[in-house]
Design a protein around this ligand. Structure first.
Ligand code: PLP
Length: 352
C-alpha cells in the first residue's frame, strides 16, 4: 500500500487521538480476535470483562454491566434500544437536549422511536423546564450529555435524572467524549453521583485506546438482557452487542490504555488539555473574537468564514459548530506548540 500514515500535527477538530503506545501494541496483538465469539476467542473475551470493570471504576459503578462497542454511536443506539424494549408503551419517545449527538437521530430512525429535542440555555446546557415539558408517560429514555460535542458542556444531570424518574423512564448519560476528563473536575456526572441507568464512555476518544472502542455501561443487568439475542451457532448462548463480529483491537487496547493511564496519566492529560484550551481561548479573545468559555478542553470561537477557510487551506483540520463557530478540541495530541503555530497563522492571515 502506498499511503502516508495519518499526520496529527494539524488536527484540531477530531475527538479521537493517537493511541497510547501500549494501546497501539495491544490493538495489533489482538487485531485478529473476535470478542463477539467468546467461546472461541477466550482471552479477548476475558479482557472485555476487565475493560468493563475498569470503565465501571471510572464511572462510579461497582458492578458494571456493559461491553466495548464500536463507538459512541453504537452505545447510544443500544441505550435507546434497551430503553425502548423495556418501556411499557407502544409509542415510545426519547427526550434529549438539542445539543445531543446526532447518533440519537440515527437511533430514533432505526428503532422507530420518536426523538423529542429540547432547547438549551444560553450556556448550551439542557433546559430542565423544556425537557420536563417534553417528557410524558410514553418517554422511554431521558438523555443528558456530559461533555457535549460542540461546546463540551455538561447538562444539569441530577435534575434530568429527576425528569426521567417522574416520567418512569430510564436516564442515559452520554459521556462518550467527557468520560475520561470529567473524573478530574468538580462535575457530578456518573452513576455514583446521580441516578444514571446507562452511560456511554468511549475509550477511543479521550481514553487513548485504538479505534474502534466505545463503551456502554448499565447499572442493571436487565439492560443487557433486553439487548441480548440467542446465538445458536456459537458456543456462547447470547450476544448483546449491535455488531456481530467485531475487532478485539478496541477491547485489548482499552485494557492497555487504562492500565497505563488510569488515573494519574489521565489526570495529567486532562490538566494539560484544559490549560491548552484556556490558553487558546485567551489568545482568541485577545484578538477580538467572541469565545465560548471552555469548561472542558474544547474551544469554540466566532471567527470570520473567510479566515476559517484560509486556515483549512493552510492544512489545519478544524471544524465548525452548527452555529458556524470555529471549534477546536484539545485532544492529547494537541500541544501548546501546535496551538501557538495555529494562532501565528491566524495573525498572519488576518493581516493579509
Ligand atoms: N456522543 C458524543 C458526545 C460525541 O461527541 C460523539 C462523537 O464525537 C459520539 C457520541 C459518537 O461517537 P462515535 O463517533 O465514536 O460513534
Amino acid at each position: 500500500m502506498r499511503a502516508e500514515p495519518q499526520d496529527f500535527s494539524r488536527v484540531l477538530s477530531s475527538m479521537c487521538t493517537e493511541p497510547h503506545p501500549a494501546a497501539r501494541e495491544a490493538a495489533e496483538t489482538f487485531l485478529a480476535t473476535n470478542p463477539g465469539d467468546p467461546g472461541t476467542y477466550q482471552t479477548v473475551a476475558e479482557l472485555e470483562g476487565d475493560a468493563v470493570d475498569a470503565l465501571g471504576e471510572i464511572a462510579g459503578l461497582d458492578e458494571p454491566h456493559g461491553y466495548i462497542a464500536s463507538g459512541g454511536t453504537e452505545a447510544n443506539i443500544q441505550a435507546v434500544r434497551a430503553a425502548r424494549d423495556l418501556a411499557a408503551t407502544d409509542a415510545p419517545n426519547v427526550v434529549a437536549p438539542e445539543s445531543a449527538h446526532f447518533s440519537f437521530r440515527k437511533a430514533a430512525g432505526i428503532l422507530g422511536v420518536e426523538l423529542r429535542t429540547a432547547p438549551v440555555d444560553s450556556d448550551y446546557r439542557a433546559r430542565v423546564d423544556a425537557m420536563t415539558e417534553l417528557a410524558d408517560e410514553d418517554t422511554a429514555l431521558v438523555v443528558g450529555v456530559a461533555g457535549s460535542t460542540e461546546y463540551g458542556r455538561v447538562d444539569p444531570l441530577a435534575a434530568l435524572s429527576d425528569v426521567a424518574d417522574d416520567a418512569g423512564a430510564l436516564f442515559h448519560v452520554d459521556a462518550a467524549w467527557g468520560g475520561f476528563v470529567l473524573p478530574f473536575t468538580d462535575e457530578e456526572w456518573h452513576f455514583d453521583h446521580v441516578g444514571v441507568d446507562t452511560l456511554t464512555i468511549d475509550p477511543h476518544k479521550m481514553g487513548r485506546a485504538a479505534i474502534p472502542a466505545g463503551g456502554l455501561l448499565a447499572r442493571s443487568p436487565d439492560v443487557l438482557d433486553a439487548l441480548a439475542v440467542d446465538t445458536p451457532y456459537l458456543e456462547s448462548t447470547e450476544q448483546a452487542t449491535l455488531t456481530g463480529t467485531r475487532s478485539g483491537a478496541g477491547v485489548a487496547s482499552t485494557v492497555a490504555a487504562l492500565e497505563a493511564l488510569w488515573p494519574a496519566g489521565y489526570r495529567e492529560q486532562y490538566v494539560r488539555a484544559q490549560n491548552n484550551a484556556e490558553w487558546l481561548a485567551d489568545a482568541l479573545d485577545e484578538r477580538g473574537y467572541d469565545v465560548v468559555e471552555p469548561t472542558l478542553p474544547l474551544v469554540a470561537a466566532d471567527v470570520p468564514r473567510s479566515l476559517f477557510a484560509r486556515l483549512r487551506e493552510e492544512g489545519w483540520r478544524i471544524s465548525r459548530t452548527g452555529a458556524g463557530e470555529l471549534r477546536v478540541v484539545c485532544m492529547p495530541h494537541v500541544t501548546r506548540e501546535m496551538l501557538e503555530s495555529f494562532v501565528a497563522d491566524i495573525d498572519a492571515l488576518a493581516r493579509t
